[in-house]
Every structure is written in structure tokens, then in C-alpha cells.
Design a protein around this ligand. Structure first.
Ligand SMILES: Cc1cc2nc3c(=O)[nH]c(=O)nc-3n(C[C@H](O)[C@H](O)[C@H](O)COP(=O)(O)O)c2cc1C
Length: 326
């Protein structure tokens, strides 16, 4: 029996697989056993009711999808009174995701959401790519990230997971700033800002013009970021971007992730994320890994070969199947 449990700081998950914020709702209990998931992650909530962005809000891409939903929400009051109790019917830890446009409001919302007994973790969405495509998201700048996370940190002792933006120039510096300000874990990452044009209308395919790209095409980019960030911070990193199969989960963990979140796949095949839990156990079992946590950061990080010795290396060298140490 493979031990699938992982720890994200002080938070114990029975397996590393969680839905990503905005891609999951308790209604999915009709098609999957929600209690099998590592944790439940709620849709981002902001203080006031928000109607969201004009349609079309999503469009298909060869590499996944592009969306600009615009964080529609019934507001924090509704979330705490109605949605948290719905989530609390299930056993996995509940991650509440919050967003605000000022540090004052981020701090106040953290205090309010964290004080609910059924919210176990606060995920802070400081990275929604279309909130302000001009770059106003906190996660675009190290100093903004540091300042807002410091305020959030001061508002609760519960774990705070900071969701980073792949659109920042130097995501490692932003991750370090979040850690220094007291984040307990980093979620790498939100969607990549993009543009799709409708060739019938010559207009953007998305009502809000730009949208966030998610799905398989973003995976290698985000795996690279997970690796770079996890090499520089001591806090756990959660990988999020383009996971559609068990091998993607493994790849994220080898790159340095302690756990993963899955969005796009839920729109294609919701129950796939539960199937992946069993597949992960099988994958580990077949290769002799007794604990899935052994995979975290296990990528063989050889020094990069000099061009000369790389050219001289025998073909196929380094392609032997990796065997875990006992
Ligand atoms: C339709 C849609 C809605 C989303 N809503 C949110 C949200 O409310 N809050 C958030 O932090 N991320 C949101 N995201 C981003 C996802 O949580 C995730 O970071 C991103 O989609 C990358 O993962 P994926 O490639 O597995 O989809 C949303 C993504 C999609 C596709």
C-alpha cells in the first residue's frame, strides 16, 4: 500500500490532489466522491457582490482554454453563511480563496474568513490575471506582494497559501517576498495572460478582451516555475497548471511541488481528478515508491554539462529508469 499522504506545512492532506479555485463546486458531489480529494478549494470570493465580466467568458484553445470570468461572487457574507456550511459537509480540509483590491481589505477579509471554524486554510488570490490586465495585481511586484502578505499574515494564525502569477517578470523574487512576509505555502500558479481573436468577427474571442490561459499548454512553463521557486524558498510549493493525467502530477512533484491543484481537467472530465488519486498510487507502487511524498523535489538535478562533454556523451546515457532508494 502506497502512502499518499502529504504535508503542506502544518496542513495534512490524505493525498496531494486538490481542485483549483474557480474550477470546482460542491455540486460535483453528484459525479464524484468529493471526500476522496486531498482538500477542497473554494471559488475566490471578494467582499461585495460582483457580477463578473461580460460574455463570452471562456473559449477553447488547442492547448487548453482561455477565460476571463471576472471573479463573480455573491460576496463574503454569503460565502461564510451559505457556502462554507455546504463545503463543511465533506471531510477534506477547506481552503477559502479570497481577493481584494486593497491591502486593508485583504487584511480584513482574511480576519473574517479565517475566523470561520470550518475554513482551514486561506488562499490569497493576489494574481487574477484579468482583474487588471495593466499589471495592477499585487503578485506582479515583489514589494506589493510583501506588503499585502504581511498584512494578511497579521490577521490570522491559520495557514496562508499565496497564489502567484506566472505573468510576473521574476516569479522567484515574488515567491521569496511572499515567504519573507509570512506565507505558509505558495501556489504556482494562476493563469497566463493571453489573447484569442475570433476570425469571423475580427474581435477578441473573450468579452473582456484578454483572458487567462490554462490547460496542457501551460504545463511546461509552470513546472519550470515550480522548480525555480521551490529551489529558493523553504515553504512548500503547490503546483497548478495543465494537469490532465497522473504523469503530470508526478512531474510537478519531481520539480518540487508538495501537492497539486487541478482546474482545466475538471471542465473536461470532472471525475478524472478522483481517478488520478488511484492512478498515483499505482504509479508509485509499480516503481517502488512507498510514499508519494518521496517524489517531491526528486528530479535529478545534474549540473548542466559543458557543450563539449554533452556532445561527447554516449547516446542514451542518463535514460535508465530511475529506481528509488529504500
Ligand atoms: C474558468 C476558470 C475560473 C477560474 N477562477 C479562479 C478563481 O476564482 N480564483 C483563482 O485563484 N483562480 C481561478 N482560476 C485559475 C485556476 O485556479 C488555475 O490556477 C489555473 O486554471 C491553472 O490550472 P489548470 O491549467 O489546471 O486549469 C480559474 C481558472 C479557470 C479555467
Amino acid at each position: 500500500m502506497v502512502d499518499l499522504s502529504v504535508k503542506v506545512g502544518s496542513v495534512e492532506l490524505k493525498n496531494p490532489i486538490m481542485p483549483a479555485s474557480g474550477c470546482f463546486s460542491v455540486d460535483l458531489a453528484q459525479v464524484m466522491d468529493v471526500n476522496r480529494l486531498g482538500a477542497l478549494v473554494a471559488k475566490t470570493v471578494s467582499r461585495e457582490y460582483r457580477i463578473g465580466n461580460p460574455p463570452p467568458r471562456v473559449a477553447e484553445l488547442e492547448c487548453g482554454m482561455i477565460n476571463s470570468i471576472g471573479l463573480p461572487t455573491k460576496g463574503i457574507g454569503y460565502f461564510l453563511e451559505h457556502q462554507v456550511p455546504e463545503y463543511a459537509q465533506f471531510t477534506p480540509p477547506l481552503v477559502g480563496s479570497i481577493s481584494a483590491t486593497t491591502a486593508d481589505d485583504f487584511e480584513a477579509m482574511t480576519r473574517e474568513v479565517a475566523s470561520h471554524k470550518d475554513v482551514d486554510v486561506i488562499e490569497v488570490n493576489i494574481s487574477c490575471p484579468t482583474r487588471n490586465p495593466g499589471g495592477g495585481n499585487f503578485a506582479m511586484h515583489e514589494d506589493h506582494t510583501f506588503n499585502v502578505v504581511k498584512r494578511i499574515r497579521s490577521a490570522t494564525n491559520k495557514p496562508v497559501w499565496v497564489k502567484l502569477s506566472p505573468n510576473a517578470g521574476d516569479v522567484v523574487a515574488i515567491g521569496v517576498a511572499a515567504e519573507e512576509a509570512g506565507a505558509n505555502a505558495l501556489v504556482v500558479s494562476n493563469t497566463i495572460l493571453g489573447l484569442k481573436i475570433n476570425l469571423d468577427t475580427f474581435r477578441p474571442a473573450i468579452g473582456n478582451k484578454f483572458g487567462g490561459i490554462s490547460g496542457p499548454g501551460v504545463k511546461p512553463i509552470i513546472v519550470r516555475m515550480v522548480h525555480q521557486v521551490s529551489q529558493r524558498v523553504k515553504i512548500p510549493v503547490i503546483g497548478c497548471g495543465g494537469i490532465v493525467k497522473v504523469e503530470d502530477v508526478v512531474e510537478y512533484m519531481l520539480a518540487g511541488a508538495s501537492a497539486v491543484m487541478i482546474g482545466y481537467l475538471i471542465f473536461r472530465n470532472p471525475s478524472g481528478i478522483v481517478a488520478m488519486i488511484d492512478e498515483l498510487a499505482e504509479w508509485c507502487d509499480k516503481r517502488g515508491f512507498k510514499r508519494v511524498a518521496q517524489l517531491t523535489g526528486a528530479m535529478v538535478n545534474d549540473p548542466i554539462a559543458e557543450t563539449f562533454s554533452a556532445a561527447a556523451a554516449p547516446i542514451g546515457q542518463g535514460h535508465k529508469t530511475f529506481v528509488p532508494a529504500e
